[in-house]
Design a protein around this ligand. Sequence first.
Ligand code: HEM
Length: 159
Amino acid sequence: METQACVNLKGDILGRPEIEILVDRFYAMVRQDAVLGPVFDVIARVNWDEHIPKLCDFWETVLFRTGGYKGNPLAAHFALTRDATMDRAMFDGWLLLFKQAVDADFAGENAEHIKRVAADMANVIHSRLQAAAITPLPAIPGRSYADYRRREPSVPPGR
Ligand code: HEM
């Protein structure tokens, strides 16, 4: 059981250096996960040299508005639904690992805030993917996540 003394020893997330520690630890845990790992390394075949700095930009933008992230999370996750379940259980697993990664190194206001934002975004992304699944897009033969990565930089759901 983590003692108060241990918690006090941990610092808060104050800027980019802490975000890099968090993102590195989180995706190291994700890659070890039996459910999430294959989504990243087999289905999406993620380029980690690109993905890690991009997610550091993302969380720096979320927490401090300084990261310069300019991506489209919804489009990236929507494209995954062609090859991965992206169901509630998978999002709950993602969130559990994220919270464990934060708590492993950090404690404080920003650490609590980033966990709340991650939970809110997990709910938003999951519910938007569910909504898109209910009103399916017209079938695009042979269209997979790899096609999405190769062909169209961003495909807004419900186009
Ligand atoms: C079931 C849970 C999730 C899975 C399996 C998942 C998986 C992925 C994958 C495979 C990518 C694309 C990587 C690439 O090809 O470059 C990605 C991108 C991304 N994910 Fe997730 N993700 C999940 C939940 C979340 C949540 C809850 C957030 C936010 C709190 C998030 C934030 C992002 C961002 C910012 C990107 C980059 C999008 C871009 O600009 O290209 N993900 N995710």
